[in-house]
Design a protein around this ligand. Structure first.
Ligand SMILES: *Cc1c(COP(=O)(O)O)cnc(C)c1O
Length: 375
């Protein structure tokens, strides 16, 4: 059996261990410390956001953002349907209802036309949405100019889920910095990892200060422990942040490598009739977190997502269907949905290919060889 090729596995650089060792030597083994401060500064500098709060996960960042916007039971929040469940779960944590919006074909992200339709319809039904959560899937930026214009017109705050898009931008502006707040993830499979972690970024200092306060059990200023609001244990540890600092030093290399994976797949796979990739619209820059391939079974003489998945699995290669849309998930069966068929079609015919920045040329050749065999 050949070695396993993973979809997206952690890829450490040279200095992560040095920073972790430093945390041990100085006994900063806590959810605060110099690496946490340093990592926050690195994130703000890299994204161009004024402020950043390092947290225990991307999910907790969304949760805190919703809390700070005052979202509560009975409220509605608009969320992209095609995404990982972590975009939507925090809406339920605060007792609100997600309202799902389908994708468009240019970026596979939230369709601006359907967003407008959803907002006007929810307002007509007497429940104006309290927030909008667009996602930059696989690193491809959503159409933020249009989404922000609509959000501003209706005065609804945007929480940008940039968990998959650190390193992506539109005309040089980093994803996560278009909305009122943005969230990042450093989970094990993301473009950089702290083994588990996330961040909230914003140009509004008040949100970042409040996020740090809520994330450390909401302790009021007093000698004893005094609490006037409910708190959370959501801060990032100084050990994890040490990993993060090392990872930030190699982030640009990781983006370059993932983009080169994508270019390789594009060159080698689009020669097959019926296979296509998602191109970047003008001015859009994707970190190509995951390389994806779209299959048109009408043109491939029967080859479909499943047959590609199976042939790769035979050679111990991990691939995965595109995210199953949230409106198709049993847990969200009763949530409102504004659809156009795009995300369902993508789920039916799309596949994520091995995309790690640690893949060798040989690994990539094995993927191509596998796929070539079905054609
Ligand atoms: C990974 C991910 C998250 C959640 O991040 P965690 O750090 O794993 O909690 C949220 N949204 C999307 C789109 C993601 O891919």
């Amino acid at each position: 059996m050949n070695d396993k090729i993973w979809l997206s596995s952690p890829h450490m650089g040279d200095n992560e261990l040095k920073y972790v060792t430093e945390a041990f030597k100085t006994n900063w083994i806590a959810p605060l410390g110099p690496h946490v401060d340093g990592f926050e500064n690195d994130l703000a500098a890299y994204t161009g956001s004024k402020y950043a709060a390092a947290l225990s996960s991307g999910t907790s960042a969304i949760h805190l953002a919703l809390i700070m916007l005052g979202v509560k039971a009975g409220d509605e929040v608009i969320c992209q349907s095609m995404t990982f469940s972590a975009s939507a779960n925090p809406i339920s944590y605060v007792g609100a209802t997600p309202v799902f919006v389908d994708s468009e074909k240019e970026t596979w992200n939230m369709c601006p036309d359907l967003l407008r339709e959803a907002i006007t319809d929810r307002i007509a039904k007497g429940n104006k949405p309290k927030a909008i959560i667009p996602v930059h899937l696989y690193g491809m930026p959503a159409q933020m100019d249009k989404i922000m214009a609509i959000a501003n017109e209706f005065e609804i705050p945007v929480i940008e889920d940039a968990a998959e898009a650190l390193g992506s931008s539109i005309n040089g502006k980093a994803m996560g910095t278009f909305g009122l707040m943005g969230i990042l993830s450093f989970n094990g499979n993301k473009i950089i990892t702290t083994s588990g972690g996330g961040a909230l970024i914003s140009d509004q200092e008040e949100y970042i200060k409040q996020a740090r306060f809520l994330a450390t059990q909401a302790r009021d200023k007093a000698h004893h422990y005094e609490h006037s609001v409910i708190g959370y244990n959501y801060r990032m540890s100084n050990v994890s942040a040490g990993i993060g600092r090392g990872q930030m030093e190699v982030l640009q290399e990781r983006v370059d490598k993932r983009r080169s994976n994508f270019e390789f797949y594009k060159k080698e796979l689009t020669v097959f009739e019926g296979l296509s990739v998602l191109e970047e619209p003008q001015g859009y820059f994707s970190n190509r977190w995951l390389s994806t391939i779209h299959v048109d079974p009408a043109k491939t003489k029967g080859v479909n997502k499943k047959s590609l998945y199976n042939i790769l699995l035979e050679d111990n290669i991990e691939s995965r269907p595109l995210w199953k849309p949230m409106h198709m998930q049993p847990v969200f069966a009763t949530s409102p949905f504004y659809g156009n068929g795009v995300s369902e079609e993508l789920f039916r015919n799309g596949l994520c290919l091995p995309s790690g920045s640690n893949l060798s040329d040989e690994d990539l050749e094995r993927v191509i060889k596998g796929i070539s065999r079905v054609f």
